[in-house]
Design a protein around this ligand. Structure first.
Ligand code: NIG
Ligand code: FE
Length: 415
Protein backbone atom coordinates (compact mmCIF):
# COMPACT_ATOMS: atom_id res chain seq x y z
CA UNK A 1 0.00 0.00 0.00
CA UNK A 2 1.30 3.48 -0.80
CA UNK A 3 0.46 6.14 1.70
CA UNK A 4 -0.47 9.55 0.33
CA UNK A 5 1.66 12.29 1.88
CA UNK A 6 -0.81 14.58 3.55
CA UNK A 7 0.11 17.54 5.71
CA UNK A 8 0.27 16.87 9.45
CA UNK A 9 0.30 13.11 9.11
CA UNK A 10 3.01 10.90 10.56
CA UNK A 11 6.07 10.37 8.40
CA UNK A 12 6.55 6.82 9.68
CA UNK A 13 7.14 4.26 6.95
CA UNK A 14 9.39 3.61 3.95
CA UNK A 15 10.11 6.64 1.78
CA UNK A 16 10.77 5.03 -1.58
CA UNK A 17 12.28 6.08 -4.89
CA UNK A 18 14.41 8.91 -3.56
CA UNK A 19 17.69 10.31 -4.73
CA UNK A 20 20.06 11.52 -2.02
CA UNK A 21 21.95 14.81 -2.21
CA UNK A 22 25.71 14.13 -2.23
CA UNK A 23 27.53 14.53 1.11
CA UNK A 24 24.34 15.20 3.07
CA UNK A 25 23.54 11.67 4.16
CA UNK A 26 25.17 8.74 5.94
CA UNK A 27 23.79 5.49 4.54
CA UNK A 28 23.58 2.19 6.39
CA UNK A 29 24.32 0.42 3.09
CA UNK A 30 26.25 2.40 0.42
CA UNK A 31 24.11 4.05 -2.25
CA UNK A 32 25.57 4.44 -5.74
CA UNK A 33 24.94 7.70 -7.55
CA UNK A 34 21.56 7.63 -9.24
CA UNK A 35 20.50 4.44 -7.44
CA UNK A 36 16.96 4.74 -6.00
CA UNK A 37 17.24 5.15 -2.25
CA UNK A 38 14.94 4.65 0.71
CA UNK A 39 14.66 6.36 4.09
CA UNK A 40 12.87 4.35 6.78
CA UNK A 41 11.15 6.27 9.57
CA UNK A 42 9.78 4.73 12.75
CA UNK A 43 8.26 6.62 15.64
CA UNK A 44 9.41 9.89 14.15
CA UNK A 45 13.06 8.87 13.79
CA UNK A 46 15.12 7.78 10.83
CA UNK A 47 16.04 4.13 11.41
CA UNK A 48 17.64 3.16 8.10
CA UNK A 49 18.99 4.82 4.92
CA UNK A 50 20.20 2.93 1.86
CA UNK A 51 19.36 1.51 -1.56
CA UNK A 52 15.69 0.78 -1.88
CA UNK A 53 16.26 -2.78 -3.07
CA UNK A 54 18.16 -3.56 0.14
CA UNK A 55 15.72 -2.40 2.78
CA UNK A 56 15.96 -4.94 5.64
CA UNK A 57 13.05 -7.38 5.74
CA UNK A 58 12.09 -6.22 9.21
CA UNK A 59 10.83 -2.94 7.69
CA UNK A 60 9.02 -4.53 4.74
CA UNK A 61 5.60 -4.24 6.33
CA UNK A 62 5.81 -0.50 6.98
CA UNK A 63 3.63 1.80 4.89
CA UNK A 64 5.22 3.14 1.71
CA UNK A 65 5.50 6.81 0.78
CA UNK A 66 6.17 7.48 -2.90
CA UNK A 67 9.27 9.62 -3.38
CA UNK A 68 8.71 10.10 -7.12
CA UNK A 69 12.47 10.20 -7.87
CA UNK A 70 12.78 13.46 -5.95
CA UNK A 71 16.00 14.63 -4.32
CA UNK A 72 16.14 14.24 -0.53
CA UNK A 73 18.19 16.61 1.59
CA UNK A 74 18.27 17.06 5.33
CA UNK A 75 15.92 19.74 6.62
CA UNK A 76 17.50 23.15 6.19
CA UNK A 77 18.92 24.93 9.24
CA UNK A 78 18.77 28.71 9.52
CA UNK A 79 21.44 29.32 12.15
CA UNK A 80 21.34 33.12 12.54
CA UNK A 81 18.09 35.08 12.67
CA UNK A 82 16.55 38.01 14.46
CA UNK A 83 13.06 36.81 13.54
CA UNK A 84 11.11 38.33 16.44
CA UNK A 85 10.70 42.10 16.37
CA UNK A 86 8.05 44.80 16.13
CA UNK A 87 7.42 46.77 12.93
CA UNK A 88 9.75 46.97 9.94
CA UNK A 89 12.33 49.43 8.65
CA UNK A 90 11.46 50.01 4.99
CA UNK A 91 12.13 53.73 5.55
CA UNK A 92 15.81 52.96 6.12
CA UNK A 93 15.94 51.13 2.86
CA UNK A 94 14.94 54.39 1.23
CA UNK A 95 17.52 56.32 3.30
CA UNK A 96 20.28 53.99 2.23
CA UNK A 97 19.19 54.28 -1.39
CA UNK A 98 19.58 58.03 -0.96
CA UNK A 99 23.17 57.47 0.11
CA UNK A 100 23.18 57.02 3.91
CA UNK A 101 25.39 54.24 5.28
CA UNK A 102 24.27 51.67 7.91
CA UNK A 103 26.39 53.48 10.48
CA UNK A 104 24.92 56.88 9.52
CA UNK A 105 21.36 55.52 9.78
CA UNK A 106 22.20 54.13 13.23
CA UNK A 107 23.74 57.40 14.40
CA UNK A 108 20.64 59.27 13.15
CA UNK A 109 18.47 57.31 15.61
CA UNK A 110 17.37 54.68 13.12
CA UNK A 111 18.82 51.24 12.96
CA UNK A 112 18.55 48.72 15.75
CA UNK A 113 17.23 51.27 18.25
CA UNK A 114 14.14 52.00 16.14
CA UNK A 115 13.29 48.29 16.16
CA UNK A 116 13.84 48.31 19.91
CA UNK A 117 11.16 50.96 20.28
CA UNK A 118 8.65 49.02 18.16
CA UNK A 119 9.48 45.74 19.91
CA UNK A 120 9.05 47.24 23.37
CA UNK A 121 5.66 48.62 22.36
CA UNK A 122 4.40 45.27 21.06
CA UNK A 123 2.74 42.64 23.24
CA UNK A 124 3.81 39.03 23.20
CA UNK A 125 0.74 38.17 21.13
CA UNK A 126 1.50 40.93 18.63
CA UNK A 127 5.09 39.76 18.26
CA UNK A 128 3.88 36.21 17.64
CA UNK A 129 1.38 37.40 15.05
CA UNK A 130 4.10 39.38 13.25
CA UNK A 131 6.75 36.66 13.38
CA UNK A 132 4.58 33.69 12.38
CA UNK A 133 4.13 34.56 8.69
CA UNK A 134 7.88 35.12 8.43
CA UNK A 135 8.59 31.80 10.11
CA UNK A 136 6.08 30.09 7.86
CA UNK A 137 7.85 31.31 4.74
CA UNK A 138 11.11 29.80 5.95
CA UNK A 139 9.42 26.56 6.98
CA UNK A 140 7.67 26.22 3.62
CA UNK A 141 11.10 26.16 2.03
CA UNK A 142 12.26 23.24 4.16
CA UNK A 143 13.71 24.80 7.30
CA UNK A 144 13.48 22.33 10.19
CA UNK A 145 15.64 24.14 12.76
CA UNK A 146 16.12 27.83 13.32
CA UNK A 147 18.00 30.10 15.66
CA UNK A 148 16.15 33.15 16.99
CA UNK A 149 18.00 35.92 18.80
CA UNK A 150 16.73 38.48 21.25
CA UNK A 151 18.35 41.91 21.13
CA UNK A 152 15.46 44.22 20.30
CA UNK A 153 14.24 44.38 23.91
CA UNK A 154 17.40 45.50 25.74
CA UNK A 155 15.78 45.32 29.19
CA UNK A 156 14.88 42.34 31.34
CA UNK A 157 11.17 42.64 30.60
CA UNK A 158 11.48 43.04 26.85
CA UNK A 159 14.32 40.58 26.26
CA UNK A 160 12.24 38.04 28.19
CA UNK A 161 9.26 38.82 25.97
CA UNK A 162 11.27 38.23 22.78
CA UNK A 163 12.71 34.93 24.02
CA UNK A 164 9.34 33.72 25.26
CA UNK A 165 7.92 34.45 21.82
CA UNK A 166 10.73 32.41 20.26
CA UNK A 167 9.84 29.46 22.52
CA UNK A 168 6.15 29.87 21.70
CA UNK A 169 6.91 29.82 17.96
CA UNK A 170 8.67 26.47 18.44
CA UNK A 171 5.56 25.06 20.11
CA UNK A 172 3.13 26.52 17.61
CA UNK A 173 4.92 25.08 14.60
CA UNK A 174 6.68 22.02 16.03
CA UNK A 175 10.02 23.32 14.78
CA UNK A 176 13.36 23.15 16.57
CA UNK A 177 14.21 26.66 17.80
CA UNK A 178 17.51 27.57 19.49
CA UNK A 179 17.25 30.83 21.35
CA UNK A 180 20.21 33.17 21.56
CA UNK A 181 20.38 35.97 24.10
CA UNK A 182 21.71 39.09 22.37
CA UNK A 183 21.19 41.61 25.15
CA UNK A 184 24.46 43.21 24.03
CA UNK A 185 23.13 44.12 20.58
CA UNK A 186 22.92 47.88 21.00
CA UNK A 187 22.93 50.42 23.79
CA UNK A 188 19.34 51.14 24.88
CA UNK A 189 18.53 54.88 24.73
CA UNK A 190 18.12 55.14 28.52
CA UNK A 191 21.76 54.06 28.89
CA UNK A 192 23.18 56.54 26.37
CA UNK A 193 26.78 57.32 27.35
CA UNK A 194 26.74 54.56 29.99
CA UNK A 195 27.81 51.52 28.06
CA UNK A 196 29.62 49.93 30.99
CA UNK A 197 26.56 50.28 33.23
CA UNK A 198 24.43 48.55 30.62
CA UNK A 199 26.90 45.69 30.16
CA UNK A 200 26.97 45.27 33.96
CA UNK A 201 23.16 45.06 33.94
CA UNK A 202 23.23 42.48 31.14
CA UNK A 203 25.81 40.35 32.95
CA UNK A 204 24.59 40.68 36.53
CA UNK A 205 20.82 40.81 36.13
CA UNK A 206 19.30 40.20 32.74
CA UNK A 207 21.29 37.18 31.58
CA UNK A 208 21.21 35.26 34.89
CA UNK A 209 17.47 35.84 35.28
CA UNK A 210 16.61 34.69 31.77
CA UNK A 211 18.99 31.73 32.00
CA UNK A 212 17.26 30.66 35.22
CA UNK A 213 13.95 30.78 33.35
CA UNK A 214 15.36 28.38 30.73
CA UNK A 215 15.03 30.94 27.96
CA UNK A 216 18.65 31.02 26.76
CA UNK A 217 20.40 28.36 24.67
CA UNK A 218 23.41 30.52 23.71
CA UNK A 219 24.76 34.06 24.16
CA UNK A 220 25.79 36.49 21.42
CA UNK A 221 27.26 40.01 21.31
CA UNK A 222 27.48 42.61 18.55
CA UNK A 223 31.19 43.46 18.77
CA UNK A 224 31.72 46.51 16.57
CA UNK A 225 32.68 50.17 16.58
CA UNK A 226 29.00 51.14 16.60
CA UNK A 227 28.12 48.52 19.22
CA UNK A 228 30.26 46.92 21.97
CA UNK A 229 34.02 46.82 22.50
CA UNK A 230 36.24 43.80 22.79
CA UNK A 231 36.47 44.26 26.58
CA UNK A 232 32.70 44.52 26.93
CA UNK A 233 32.31 41.43 24.74
CA UNK A 234 34.68 39.51 26.98
CA UNK A 235 32.75 40.53 30.06
CA UNK A 236 29.56 39.12 28.54
CA UNK A 237 31.37 35.92 27.55
CA UNK A 238 32.65 35.49 31.10
CA UNK A 239 29.16 35.88 32.48
CA UNK A 240 27.85 33.35 29.93
CA UNK A 241 30.61 30.92 30.81
CA UNK A 242 29.78 31.22 34.51
CA UNK A 243 26.21 30.21 33.65
CA UNK A 244 27.39 27.31 31.47
CA UNK A 245 26.04 28.88 28.28
CA UNK A 246 27.82 28.58 24.91
CA UNK A 247 28.74 31.78 23.08
CA UNK A 248 28.80 33.09 19.53
CA UNK A 249 29.63 36.48 18.07
CA UNK A 250 28.64 39.09 15.49
CA UNK A 251 32.28 39.59 14.54
CA UNK A 252 34.28 41.73 12.13
CA UNK A 253 31.26 42.84 10.07
CA UNK A 254 32.24 46.47 9.51
CA UNK A 255 35.81 46.46 10.80
CA UNK A 256 38.38 44.05 12.21
CA UNK A 257 38.06 44.15 16.01
CA UNK A 258 39.79 40.76 16.53
CA UNK A 259 36.50 39.62 18.04
CA UNK A 260 36.67 36.24 16.35
CA UNK A 261 39.92 35.32 18.11
CA UNK A 262 38.38 36.34 21.43
CA UNK A 263 35.24 34.29 20.74
CA UNK A 264 37.35 31.29 19.76
CA UNK A 265 39.16 31.52 23.10
CA UNK A 266 35.75 31.04 24.72
CA UNK A 267 35.05 28.01 22.50
CA UNK A 268 32.44 29.89 20.47
CA UNK A 269 29.96 27.84 18.47
CA UNK A 270 30.23 30.37 15.64
CA UNK A 271 31.52 33.73 14.49
CA UNK A 272 29.10 35.43 12.14
CA UNK A 273 29.43 38.00 9.30
CA UNK A 274 33.30 38.06 9.43
CA UNK A 275 33.84 40.15 6.30
CA UNK A 276 36.92 41.72 7.95
CA UNK A 277 38.18 38.51 9.61
CA UNK A 278 41.99 38.40 9.93
CA UNK A 279 44.43 35.51 9.42
CA UNK A 280 44.78 35.40 13.17
CA UNK A 281 41.00 35.08 13.52
CA UNK A 282 40.87 32.23 10.99
CA UNK A 283 43.59 30.32 12.84
CA UNK A 284 41.86 30.81 16.19
CA UNK A 285 38.53 29.61 14.77
CA UNK A 286 40.21 26.58 13.20
CA UNK A 287 41.83 25.61 16.50
CA UNK A 288 38.62 26.05 18.46
CA UNK A 289 36.35 24.27 15.95
CA UNK A 290 34.28 27.45 15.60
CA UNK A 291 31.91 27.64 12.61
CA UNK A 292 32.13 30.61 10.23
CA UNK A 293 28.60 31.85 9.53
CA UNK A 294 28.34 33.75 6.23
CA UNK A 295 25.49 36.22 5.86
CA UNK A 296 25.24 37.29 2.23
CA UNK A 297 21.85 38.96 2.75
CA UNK A 298 23.36 41.65 5.00
CA UNK A 299 26.36 41.98 2.69
CA UNK A 300 24.00 42.53 -0.25
CA UNK A 301 21.67 44.96 1.52
CA UNK A 302 24.56 47.08 2.78
CA UNK A 303 26.18 46.93 -0.67
CA UNK A 304 29.30 45.80 1.09
CA UNK A 305 32.36 45.21 -1.04
CA UNK A 306 34.61 43.42 1.46
CA UNK A 307 34.04 39.72 0.86
CA UNK A 308 34.74 37.35 3.80
CA UNK A 309 38.11 35.56 3.44
CA UNK A 310 36.63 32.43 1.87
CA UNK A 311 39.93 31.08 0.52
CA UNK A 312 41.55 31.35 3.94
CA UNK A 313 38.60 29.69 5.68
CA UNK A 314 38.55 26.94 3.09
CA UNK A 315 42.29 26.35 3.37
CA UNK A 316 42.04 26.17 7.16
CA UNK A 317 39.05 23.81 6.87
CA UNK A 318 36.88 26.05 9.03
CA UNK A 319 33.30 24.85 8.48
CA UNK A 320 31.29 27.52 6.67
CA UNK A 321 27.57 27.92 7.34
CA UNK A 322 25.21 30.21 5.44
CA UNK A 323 22.20 31.89 7.01
CA UNK A 324 19.55 34.51 6.32
CA UNK A 325 20.46 36.82 9.25
CA UNK A 326 16.78 37.68 8.94
CA UNK A 327 16.34 41.10 10.57
CA UNK A 328 14.37 44.25 9.79
CA UNK A 329 17.41 46.40 9.07
CA UNK A 330 20.15 44.74 7.11
CA UNK A 331 18.62 41.50 5.88
CA UNK A 332 14.84 41.25 5.52
CA UNK A 333 15.44 37.92 3.78
CA UNK A 334 12.96 35.07 3.96
CA UNK A 335 14.61 32.45 1.78
CA UNK A 336 17.55 30.31 2.84
CA UNK A 337 17.88 28.96 -0.70
CA UNK A 338 18.35 32.51 -1.95
CA UNK A 339 21.15 32.91 0.60
CA UNK A 340 22.77 29.75 -0.78
CA UNK A 341 22.57 31.27 -4.24
CA UNK A 342 24.08 34.54 -3.01
CA UNK A 343 26.84 32.73 -1.09
CA UNK A 344 27.85 31.17 -4.41
CA UNK A 345 27.45 34.27 -6.55
CA UNK A 346 28.75 36.92 -4.16
CA UNK A 347 31.24 34.91 -2.06
CA UNK A 348 32.22 32.23 -4.61
CA UNK A 349 31.26 29.25 -2.52
CA UNK A 350 30.92 26.03 -4.48
CA UNK A 351 27.45 24.49 -4.63
CA UNK A 352 28.39 21.62 -2.25
CA UNK A 353 29.81 24.20 0.17
CA UNK A 354 26.63 26.27 0.03
CA UNK A 355 24.43 23.22 0.56
CA UNK A 356 26.54 22.02 3.49
CA UNK A 357 26.33 25.62 4.71
CA UNK A 358 22.55 25.56 5.04
CA UNK A 359 22.46 22.06 6.55
CA UNK A 360 25.44 20.30 8.20
CA UNK A 361 27.55 23.25 9.16
CA UNK A 362 24.56 25.36 10.17
CA UNK A 363 23.49 22.57 12.53
CA UNK A 364 26.94 22.63 14.07
CA UNK A 365 26.76 26.41 14.52
CA UNK A 366 23.81 25.71 16.82
CA UNK A 367 25.32 22.70 18.60
CA UNK A 368 22.70 20.54 16.83
CA UNK A 369 25.11 18.48 14.75
CA UNK A 370 23.83 15.20 16.20
CA UNK A 371 20.18 15.91 15.44
CA UNK A 372 19.99 18.09 12.35
CA UNK A 373 21.75 18.70 9.05
CA UNK A 374 22.35 15.10 7.91
CA UNK A 375 20.10 12.26 6.79
CA UNK A 376 21.23 9.38 8.99
CA UNK A 377 19.80 6.62 11.16
CA UNK A 378 19.21 7.55 14.77
CA UNK A 379 18.16 11.12 14.10
CA UNK A 380 14.72 12.69 14.30
CA UNK A 381 13.10 12.60 10.85
CA UNK A 382 13.85 16.01 9.38
CA UNK A 383 14.17 15.97 5.61
CA UNK A 384 12.92 17.61 2.45
CA UNK A 385 12.02 16.14 -0.94
CA UNK A 386 12.73 18.53 -3.81
CA UNK A 387 11.35 18.32 -7.33
CA UNK A 388 14.77 18.83 -8.94
CA UNK A 389 17.10 16.62 -10.94
CA UNK A 390 20.39 18.03 -9.67
CA UNK A 391 21.38 19.18 -6.20
CA UNK A 392 22.93 22.24 -7.85
CA UNK A 393 19.43 23.44 -8.71
CA UNK A 394 18.86 24.23 -5.05
CA UNK A 395 21.43 27.02 -5.29
CA UNK A 396 20.90 27.82 -8.96
CA UNK A 397 17.30 29.03 -9.11
CA UNK A 398 16.50 32.22 -7.28
CA UNK A 399 13.10 33.64 -6.41
CA UNK A 400 11.87 30.09 -6.89
CA UNK A 401 9.31 28.64 -4.51
CA UNK A 402 9.97 24.93 -4.93
CA UNK A 403 7.03 22.65 -4.40
CA UNK A 404 8.75 20.49 -1.79
CA UNK A 405 7.57 17.92 0.72
CA UNK A 406 8.81 18.71 4.22
CA UNK A 407 9.15 16.18 7.04
CA UNK A 408 9.78 17.94 10.32
CA UNK A 409 10.23 16.15 13.64
CA UNK A 410 8.63 13.03 12.21
CA UNK A 411 5.56 14.79 10.81
CA UNK A 412 4.74 15.58 7.20
CA UNK A 413 4.25 19.32 7.50
CA UNK A 414 4.07 20.12 3.81
CA UNK A 415 3.04 17.53 1.23
O1 NIG B 1 23.12 40.81 12.08
N1 NIG B 1 24.82 43.34 13.03
C1 NIG B 1 23.98 43.47 13.92
N2 NIG B 1 22.76 42.98 13.93
C2 NIG B 1 22.00 42.71 12.77
C3 NIG B 1 21.37 43.95 12.26
C4 NIG B 1 20.27 44.30 13.12
C5 NIG B 1 19.49 45.51 12.69
O2 NIG B 1 19.97 46.36 11.89
O3 NIG B 1 18.37 45.59 13.19
C6 NIG B 1 22.79 41.94 11.76
O4 NIG B 1 23.07 42.38 10.65
FE1 FE C 1 22.67 39.29 12.98
Amino acid sequence: MTQAATPHSSADGRWLDLRLAPELFAADVPVAEGQPACIVVQQGRIVWVGPQDQVPAVYAGLPAHEGGARLATPGLVDCHTHLVYGGERANEFAMRLAGASYEEVARAGGGIVSSVKATREASEEELIAQALPRLDQLLAEGVTAIEIKSGYGLSLEHERKQLRVARRLAELRGVTVRTTFLGAHALPPEYAGRSQDYIDLVCREIMPALAAEGLIDAVDVFCERIAFSLAETEQVFQAAQALGLPVKLHAEQLSNMEGAALAARYGALSCDHIEHLSENGIAAMRDAGTVAVLLPGAFYTLRDTKVPPIDGLRAAKVPMAVSTDHNPGTSPALSLLLMANMACTLFRLTVPEALAGITRHAARALGLQHEQGLIAAGRPANFVLWPVRHAAELAYWFGNKPDCTVVRQGRITRA
